[in-house]
Design a protein around this ligand. Structure first.
Ligand code: FDA
Length: 378
């Protein structure tokens, strides 16, 4: 298998690099172990005629104009400001926590930002420099909301209670002092008109690009010849044959997606309903029909159960894992002509926009090519 550039993985990171290098005149070979392109963004039309995401709902949001402009080259997008409801005490309340969440749960009539700040001040447990996730939440919202909305959800999501996680994991969750019920507050929020897979098809549609599906890099690595750069977007510990984690594994969380057809027009009033309590084992139910107001006689719902088994999705960011990761990172820095790109190779949370940005920046730093003169080469 001969190519100038070899890319392991056809998710966002791999697709961006393939798209850039192909247009710069390089022969690109992508190896993808799954039977489809798109990585975790892959979506398809299911048996009910509904566009569903195989690996969980993917909502695009970014504040980065250059990323927004880049993704617009490959698709039309429709505006979608994502909202999430949570089922708490048998009521549906908005999350992240805002004025309406607190009013509904505690039967209050808070109407101004000042009153909400006052409520938070009365209820939170101020902790200077929270040391873990529990302290971070107590500092933000206090013990009652911690118990109702954060404690069990975190256990279901991470199989760890908040006190076992870095403060940063729960600090990322905003608490609003107004009635803004959007899940994200970024400037650009949208969904691709025809789904994400079509974007990948367009990005990879170039005579310089060859994609080999159902091909695990580790099965064919000895057959690769002629390349000057290899980009690896899989789990970093796998690349080094788990050598630093034989006793203590680098941990990831996975999700078991259980799909059901429901014989009615809609199952729930919102695309995503989270279940933060202990009464059910799943973390959320996604009803894909809501996205883009799709039409179908039936509806598809997907229950998400977070597990340890299965594909690695979420790095578990605690001190033990970060210490193991650091050893791999040091190792990675020594490998010549191999670049570790993306969410799993960096053992980091990347939203889609960060994955796009990261790969675009890497190309730019390696090739020093501005987009303008790249296009001129075409
Ligand atoms: P990604 O994991 O997508 O791709 C890596 C590819 O490499 C995979 O296709 C894999 O099969 C392949 N591979 C690995 N090892 C290989 C090997 N040995 N040989 C060959 N191929 C190999 N973001 C966001 O902005 N909004 C959202 O709503 C969500 N929602 C969301 C839900 C869930 C459940 C997850 C897991 C993630 C999200 N994301 C998200 C994040 C988003 O999925 C993420 O940013 C991108 O998928 C990252 O793209 P990468 O290319 O880095 O990895």
């Amino acid at each position: 298998m001969r190519a100038d550039v070899v890319i392991i993985g056809s998710g966002i990171s791999g697709a961006v690099l393939a798209e850039r290098y192909s247009k710069a005149g390089k022969k690109v070979l992508i190896l993808e172990k799954r039977d489809h392109i798109g990585g975790n963004c892959y979506d398809y039309i299911d048996e009910n005629g509904i566009l569903v995401s195989k690996y969980g709902a993917h909502l695009f949001h970014t504040d980065m104009k250059e990323v927004w402009e880049y993704v617009n080259r490959f698709s039309d997008w429709y505006p979608w400001e994502h909202k999430v409801l949570a089922k708490v005490d048998d009521q549906l309340v908005p999350i992240p926590v805002n004025i309406n969440t607190v009013n509904k749960l505690f039967g209050l009539t808070i109407s101004t930002e000042e009153e909400m700040i006052e409520w938070l001040e009365k209820n939170r447990l101020p902790i200077k420099d929270p040391k873990n996730g529990k302290e971070a939440v107590l500092d933000k919202v206090g013990p009652v909301l911690y118990e109702k909305m954060f404690r069990h959800y975190t256990k279901k999501q991470w199989d760890k209670y908040p006190e076992e996680l870095n403060a940063s994991v729960l600090n990322r969750i905003p608490v609003r002092t107004n009635t803004d019920d959007r899940y994200f507050s970024d400037r650009f929020q949208a969904l691709p008109k025809h789904g994400y897979t079509k974007i990948f098809e367009k990005m990879l549609d170039h005579p310089n690009i060859t994609v080999k599906l159902n091909t695990d890099y580790f099965d064919v690595m000895d057959k690769l010849i002629g390349y000057t750069k290899l980009f690896y977007t899989g789990p970093i510990d796998r690349f080094f044959e788990f050598k630093h984690s034989l006793e203590d594994k680098l941990e990831y969380r996975s999700i078991n997606f259980v799909s059901e057809t429901v014989d009615s027009e809609f199952f729930q009033s919102n695309s995503v309903v989270n279940y933060p309590g202990r009464e059910v084992d799943f973390t959320r139910i996604v009803e894909y029909k809501h996205f883009g107001k799709q039409k179908s006689e039936k509806t598809t719902i997907v229950k998400e159960y977070t597990t340890d088994e299965g594909d690695p999705y979420y790095p578990v960011l605690n001190e033990k894992n970060l210490a193991i990761y650091q050893k791999y990172q040091e190792e990675a820095a020594k490998v010549k002509d191999v670049y570790f790109v993306g969410r799993l190779a960096n053992y980091k949370y990347f939203n889609m926009d960060q994955a796009f940005k990261n790969a675009l920046d890497l190309f730019h730093s390696l090739e020093g090519d501005s987009d303008a003169n790249l296009e001129e080469k075409l």
